[in-house]
Design a protein around this ligand. Structure first.
Ligand code: FE
Length: 353
């Protein structure tokens, strides 16, 4: 009898142990599965990105899965997926879209000492919802044959009569132009921004078409004299293996507007990362942000995509350094999101297509 009870007891104990072991094993494999990947929703469209993720995978063994789409589509997706979203990180080339995502409660604050110490203070999000990984300036480029740098000064001065039929810029539906106009609304008010947009249209060399690179090519082809473009595209053209692109890059000079005392500084925007509110692989996500803001990844950005580094220990590429330093607009970049709706309304009332 006693033996029987003992036997039953032992069997029960063994069963419990086996169940316990199985549970531990399954939770281990779950954790292991989790800890080996990180999921990005990214708006970025540059070759350097694949290089970064490969280097990260090699260094950490963590697989980077990327879904690419435009920022609004990714935000919509995050919203619809809610707490079931597999996304860990949202990457945008526009602080305005990161501000939008944070306002929709799709992001969580990032507090991490290593990440914090990797980044220049004045580029950080004052609310802590996103981390910049690079920044870019929206600069002026001008025909070296037909314009002298001394003739240029501010974004506002592009509306001067002397530039009639000379200005090239892409469409107003483009996020880079919307961010620029948002910064003008924030710095100078709605009326001033409205006047600027509608007066600039008067000086357009042609109806807006193409991307930033196409504006530079149009200068090289003599279709206009001054273009508003993102800085890194000039680096990309000057390092291009395509004869036509190299020629276009060499035909223009680089000018940083709004540099004089009392002026706001040249408009910049960041490429930045937000941590998804329901990030299932948060630890890996933070590791990736740490990696992307660290010195080796920052060097890869500056030398491959010619953006500016957010890590103060890394210098811009030689091509970009040759343009010299500049005063950047110190506007809180969240305002690029806060004033976006107003900027789009202004574009709609101007005839900037
Ligand atoms: Fe771009």
């Amino acid at each position: 009898m006693i033996l029987h009870i003992n036997l039953t007891f032992l069997l029960a104990q063994r069963t419990i142990l086996i169940i316990f072991a199985l549970l531990t094993l399954s939770s281990c494999t779950n954790e292991q599965k989790k800890s080996n990947e990180v999921n990005l929703y990214s708006q970025r469209h540059y070759t350097v990105d694949e290089m970064q993720y490969e280097a990260f995978e090699q260094e950490t063994g963590i697989k980077v899965n990327v879904i690419k789409a435009n920022a609004d589509e990714l935000i919509e997706r995050l919203k619809n997926e809610g707490s079931n979203s597999p996304a860990d990180l949202f990457i945008s080339v526009d602080a305005g879209k990161l501000q939008k995502a944070s306002k929709l409660d799709l992001l969580q604050k990032i507090s991490n000492d290593q990440i914090n110490s990797n980044i220049s203070d004045d580029l950080k999000d004052i609310n802590g919802f996103w981390v910049p990984i690079t920044y870019r300036a929206r600069i002026l480029v001008y025909s070296k044959d037909r314009v002298k740098a001394e003739q240029l000064s501010t974004y506002s001065s592009l509306t001067d009569d002397k530039w009639k039929n000379k200005i090239l810029v892409r469409s107003s539906s483009n996020a880079y132009n919307q961010a620029l106009l948002s910064s003008i609304v924030a710095n100078k008010g709605v009326e001033s921004a409205t006047n600027w947009a509608s007066s600039l249209v008067e000086n357009f060399a042609r109806d807006p078409k193409g991307n930033d690179r196409d504006q530079v090519k149009a200068i090289a082809a003599g279709q206009g004299d001054i273009a508003i473009v993102n800085s890194y595209y000039i680096g990309l053209l000057l390092s291009s293996e395509k004869e036509e692109e190299l020629k276009a890059g060499k035909s223009v000079g680089v000018f940083f507007p709004n540099q004089a005392e009392g002026e706001s500084g040249t408009h910049i925007n960041i490429s930045g990362i937000g941590l998804a509110k329901n990030s299932p692989n948060k630890e890996n996500a933070l590791k990736l942000i740490e990696f992307l803001t660290g010195e080796s990844a920052q060097s890869r950005y500056v030398n491959t995509s010619f953006e500016y580094p957010v890590n103060p220990n890394v210098k811009p590429s030689d091509i970009v350094s040759n343009w010299g330093g500049f005063k950047r607009d110190k506007l809180d970049l969240n305002k690029l999101g806060i004033f976006r709706k107003k900027a789009i309304e202004i574009f709609d009332t101007s005839s900037w297509k």
